[in-house]
Write a protein that binds this ligand. Structure first.
Ligand code: ZN
Length: 146
């Protein structure tokens, strides 16, 4: 389990988490991530991405090779997997509540970086409860129209 990442010299934690999350997605798809692909996913310039990946490289979270692309180091992968698990849990929770998938995708991406471990654990317990009690979940999904 990765510790809490608070690399103040890299900008906000949420920006770093977005990078690591996108890099892991690209690695899953292609085996490596390129600056051009990360820039496209994050909707920012390649220059900004290059600047950030050099910092992530210096922090030991990724291995940056200028002409080949980049991969996560074991410690970068560990952080990225923690982020991915958190994303999946929140997605599962809101799905159980009957929230529209496109709304879930948007909201989880925004809120996932700001949720504390304590709150996440509470959501995990509630998610498990709803799984074990599908009749309760269905009541929440279909509130009585007034
Ligand atoms: Zn996410």
């Amino acid at each position: 389990m990765a510790g809490k990442s608070t690399p103040s010299t890299l900008g906000t934690t949420s920006a770093i988490e977005d990078y690591l999350e996108r890099i892991m997605e690209l690695m899953d798809e292609k085996g490596y991530a390129r600056v051009v692909d990360i820039a496209a996913r994050l909707g920012i310039s390649q220059a900004s991405v290059t600047n950030m990946v050099q910092k992530l490289d210096a922090e030991g979270l990724i291995k940056y090779e200028k002409y080949r692309g980049l991969v996560l180091t074991p410690s970068g992968l560990s952080v990225a997997q923690t982020i991915a698990r958190r994303h999946e849990l929140l997605e599962e929770f809101f799905t159980l509540l009957g929230v529209t998938p496109s709304v879930i995708a948007h909201d989880v991406e925004g809120m996932e970086h700001h949720i504390s471990p304590e709150t996440l654990e509470a959501i995990q317990r509630l998610t498990e409860y709803l799984h074990a009690n599908p009749n309760v979940a269905s009541i929440i999904q279909k509130p009585t129209a007034e």
